[in-house]
Write a protein that binds this ligand. Structure first.
Ligand code: HAM
Length: 421
C-alpha cells in the first residue's frame, strides 16, 4: 500500500517547533491585547471573486497561486491566500466599518501554490492586524511599532530591518505608471522575460524584479517620489517622523511595491539577511481604496501580516530559542510507592494552581525505580519532586534538582512550594 503523506509544501508541527510557535502566538496575542485590538475570525474558504477583486487579477497570487475549486453546488471557492480580503469582506458584511474605527487582529493558515523551498510553503501561517477608519500616519506608526515590539520580545530585533516606501494616491501612481511604461518600453528587449510581460500587466512590479540585469537597467527609471502631491508627501514625512520618535530605524526603498494590488501610500516590509531568498518576515501597508472597491462605503484601512514559519526560522537562526522550550516539563513529580500516588497527584494540583507558569508532569505507569528515574531525567525537567513512604509518614517531600547546581532537600509538605519554586 502506498504510504500516506502530507501534501507537498504543507507541514506538521510538533515538539520544539510547536512549542516555539506557541510562544510566538502568546507574545503576539499579548501585544494585540495591550493595544486593544480585537480578534476577528473569518473563514478559510471564500468565493474566488473576493480575492480576484481585492488582490488584483494580474498579480502572481491570483493568476497562478490560488487553490481554487468548485463545491458540490458548483460555487467557485478558494482557500484564502492572505487575510486582508476576508477581514474587509467580513467588516462590510457585518456592518463594522462605516463611520467606525476598528482594530482587528487575526491568525491562521493561508494557501499559495508556490514552489516550495526554505521559508516558502504552500500552506503557511500568518498573524496579522488591520485598522479601519483612520487616515493619519500615526496609525501606520502604531502598527509598525507593535511589530517592532514583537521582534524585541522574541529576541530577533537585531536581525531585521524595516524597509519603507510610499505608493502615493491612485492618480499620482497613474501619472507615474504612464512614464514608467514609456521608459520600460524603450528598453523592453533588454529586460528579463517576466518583466517584459509585466510592462503590460503590472508595470510597477518590474521595479522589484529579482533579475540583477533588470535592476541595473532601472537605475535611470522615473521615480514615484517625483509624482507625489503635497498631501501624500506630508503623510509620508509624518510617518517617518513618528517612527523616528518611536525609536524605530528604517530604510527608504523606492523599489518596494509589494505583490498585492490594493496598496496606496504607506508600504513596508521587515526583512532579514539570515533566511536566504525568503527574507521578508512581515509586510503591510495602507489600502484606503479597498473597502469601497469591495462594495463598502469608502473607509481607509491599514495593516500588516507576518509569516509565522519565517519568524520561527529566524528565531532558530539567531539562536533565540528560550531554554525552557527544550524540555518536556519543568517539574517532574513522582510517587516512589503506590500508597503515595494519591498524595503526589494532590500536590501536583496545588503546585499548578500556585505556580501557573510551570509545566508540571506527574509520572504515570509502573516500572522499577531506576526506570522511573530514567523517564524523569528524559523529560528534561529542572526539578524532581519525590514522595515515598518515609516522606508520606513524616509529612515531608524530597526535592531533587536535576540539572546543574543545587542540593537535594527533604522539606515539610507545609511549605514545599515556597521552599522549592
Ligand atoms: P504578503 O507580503 O503577501 O502580505 O504576506 C505577508 C507575509 O506572509 C510575508 O512577508 C511572508 O513572511 C509570509 N508569506 C507569504 N507567502 C508565504 C509562503 N508561501 N510561505 C511562507 N510564508 C509566506 C499579505 O498577505 C498582506 N495581506 C499583508 C497585509 C495585511 N497588508 C495589509 N494588511
Amino acid at each position: 500500500m502506498k504510504t500516506l503523506k502530507a501534501v507537498r509544501g504543507m507541514y506538521d508541527s510538533y515538539g520544539l517547533d510547536s512549542r516555539l510557535w506557541g510562544r510566538l502566538e502568546q507574545a503576539y496575542r499579548q501585544i494585540m491585547h495591550r493595544h486593544a485590538y480585537d480578534r476577528l475570525r473569518s473563514p478559510i474558504v471564500e468565493p474566488v471573486s473576493l480575492f480576484a477583486r481585492a488582490i488584483g487579477e494580474v498579480t502572481d497570487v491570483v493568476e497562478k497561486e490560488m487553490y481554487v475549486f468548485e463545491d458540490r453546488g458548483g460555487e467557485k471557492l478558494a482557500l484564502r491566500p492572505e487575510g486582508t480580503a476576508g477581514v474587509v469582506r467580513a467588516g462590510i458584511e457585518q456592518g463594522l466599518l462605516y463611520n467606525q474605527i476598528q482594530k482587528f487582529w487575526y491568525a491562521g493558515p493561508m494557501y499559495r501554490y508556490e514552489r516550495p523551498q526554505k521559508g516558502r510553503n504552500r500552506q503557511f501561517h500568518q498573524m496579522g492586524a488591520e485598522v479601519f477608519g483612520l487616515n493619519g500616519p500615526d496609525v501606520d506608526v502604531e502598527l509598525i511599532e507593535m511589530t517592532a515590539e514583537l521582534w524585541r520580545e522574541l529576541g530577533i530585533d537585531q536581525g531585521v530591518t524595516l524597509q519603507l516606501n510610499t505608493l502615493g494616491q491612485s492618480d499620482e501612481r497613474q501619472a507615474f505608471r504612464g512614464q514608467l511604461v514609456e521608459f520600460l518600453n524603450a528598453i523592453r528587449e533588454q529586460l528579463d522575460e517576466d518583466s517584459q510581460r509585466r510592462i503590460d500587466t503590472n508595470p510597477l512590479r518590474v521595479l522589484d524584479s529579482k533579475d540583477p540585469n533588470t535592476q541595473a537597467l532601472l537605475a535611470g527609471a522615473p521615480r514615484l517620489s517625483q509624482f507625489l502631491g503635497a498631501e501624500s508627501q506630508a503623510h509620508f514625512e509624518h510617518l517617518q517622523a513618528g517612527l523616528t520618535d518611536a525609536g524605530i530605524a528604517f530604510e527608504l526603498n523606492e523599489r518596494l511595491v509589494r505583490g498585492l494590488d490594493y496598496y496606496n501610500r504607506t508600504v513596508f516590509e521587515w526583512v532579514t539577511p539570515h533566511l536566504g531568498a525568503q527574507g521578508t518576515i512581515c509586510g503591510g501597508g495602507r489600502y484606503d481604496g479597498l473597502v469601497e472597491q469591495l462594495g463598502g462605503k469608502a473607509t481607509p484601512g491599514v495593516g500588516f501580516a507576518l509569516g509565522v514559519e519565517r519568524v520561527l526560522l529566524l528565531i532558530e537562526a539567531l539562536e533565540q530559542i528560550p531554554a525552557d522550550l527544550g524540555r518536556d516539563a519543568d517539574v517532574y513529580m513522582m510517587a516512589a510507592s503506590e500508597s503515595a500516588e494519591p498524595r503526589i497527584r494532590q500536590m501536583a494540583r496545588t503546585l499548578r494552581q500556585q505556580r501557573p507558569g510551570l509545566r508540571v508532569a506527574v509520572h504515570h505507569g509502573a516500572g522499577s525505580f531506576k526506570a522511573r528515574m530514567k523517564k524523569a531525567d528524559r523529560s528534561g525537567a529542572e526539578m524532581l519532586v519525590l514522595l515515598g513512604d518515609d516522606e508520606l509518614d513524616q509529612n515531608t517531600v524530597t526535592l531533587k534538582p536535576m540539572r546543574g547546581q543545587g542540593e537535594q532537600m527533604t522539606v515539610s509538605q507545609d511549605n514545599w512550594i515556597e521552599t522549592g519554586f
